[in-house]
Design a binder for this molecule. Structure first.
Ligand code: SF4
Ligand code: SF4
Length: 371
């Protein structure tokens, strides 16, 4: 395992980290703990979890594992604004996590899921969540205050420069990396730790292995390993988190970073160049377009349309059926048919996609023929 410096914290962390959001539903706490301990045996020392992951069992599973970890480890967890975004609420959440982990301090505590600059300003406002975390830090309950965010690369760069945090966790993968690069680079240049999540683009990569097979560098490497290596090998990325639920997944992921060579700028450019063409037609789910006056969940529908580019109409039909089965549209008050073609989203789209035509196509060929 390769270890990297987490910013200026003085901590050396493993190039891949254990994401604790994938424990199978039917696993007992002890079965989950065995998976965590296997990761520790294989050299992973960064363990990330959060309240509510895996039906709120993930922190308990980690706590069970921590009773007998084979190697030293760092724990990372999170607390959000919640419905009571004040200092005391954050303090209560930290105490609860500590109890579940059975440890004296949390090494990396995230201000959770900062969506944009407005949200960030609320987190750091006097008397808000950040100040609760700071107090907990002063009392030795947490070591480092970091942030997890879905903001744009530019916004992340601003957040990093303001200096409230010692590191950042953000989604980054082969599909969305051009839009996150700026934030990653800014954090790295500011001497902060950078942890990436979602290396498999929410399942898009495993579901389309043929398409992404060009990422492979060795015959016996899987596409998923190659995608994880792409993150782990980036010199500005400290930890590439991967969700792991089974011992097999742990072993598979650890193999991905055997003999890891740090990616040069040239190699990143080369990958970017290969991703042109069809890739230019893919929605990256970057969320920039989420300003629809009709409140249509555009990234979700454009992500569905991705299947047309990758697999053709049958791929879209299959995905739509699965999404329907999983109640993915349950909270949607509007659908593609409600688009009024105002063009606002297309002006904002980072991929310059013809969103209006795509919504129309989905409505005519998939949604209104499937029901
Ligand atoms: S063009 Fe349609 S989908 Fe796009 S912002 Fe306007 S109403 Fe929403
Ligand atoms: S449609 Fe464009 S702006 Fe919207 S999420 Fe997809 S790529 Fe981003």
């Amino acid at each position: 395992m390769i270890y990297k410096d987490y910013g200026r914290t003085g901590k050396k962390v493993s190039a891949i980290g254990f994401g604790g959001m994938r424990f199978p539903k039917d696993y007992s706490i002890e079965e989950g703990a065995k998976v965590v301990r296997r990761a520790s045996e294989l050299g992973i020392n960064y363990f990330d979890t959060a309240p509510f992951y895996c039906d709120d069992r993930s922190e308990d599973i980690m706590g069970e594992a921590f009773k007998a970890m084979p190697n030293p480890f760092y724990v990372s967890t999170k607390s959000g604004m919640g419905s009571d975004p004040d200092e005391d609420a954050v303090r209560r959440r930290i105490e609860k996590s500590l109890k579940r982990f059975g440890v004296e301090k949390i090494n990396f505590h995230h201000m959770w899921c900062v969506m944009n600059l407005d949200h960030y300003r609320k987190v750091i406002a006097k008397g808000g969540p950040y100040w609760g975390a700071l107090k907990a830090k002063e009392e030795g309950l947490i070591e480092h205050i970091v942030v997890s965010t879905h903001a744009t690369g530019k916004e992340i760069a601003t957040i990093m420069k303001e200096g409230y945090f010692e590191g950042v966790t953000l989604g980054y993968n082969i599909i969305n990396f051009p839009y996150r690069q700026e934030g990653i680079q800014a954090a790295h240049e500011a001497g902060l730790g950078v942890v990436t999540m979602n290396p498999l683009s929410g399942g898009l990569i495993p579901q389309n292995q043929n398409y992404f097979s060009f990422l492979k560098e060795h015959e016996n490497e899987s596409v998923m390993q190659a995608a994880l290596r792409f993150n782990a090998a980036h010199e500005a990325i400290t930890v590439a988190l991967a969700g792991m639920g089974t011992i097999e997944e742990v072993e598979h992921n650890v193999k991905a970073v055997e003999n890891l060579e740090i990616l040069s700028e040239g190699k990143i450019k080369e990958v970017k160049a290969k991703l042109q063409g069809d890739m230019n037609q893919l929605c990256t789910t970057c969320q920039y377009c989420k300003k629809c006056p009709k409140d249509i969940d555009i990234p979700k529908f454009m992500n569905l349309y991705n299947m047309k580019v990758l697999k053709g109409i049958d791929g879209v039909k299959e995905s739509y059926a699965n999404m329907t089965k999983n109640n993915a549209f349950k909270n949607d008050k509007t659908m593609p048919i409600d688009c009024i073609a105002c063009g606002k989203c297309e002006a904002l789209c980072t991929q310059h996609l013809d969103i209006i035509k795509r919504l129309e196509w989905l409505d005519k060929n998939i949604i209104n023929v499937s029901v």
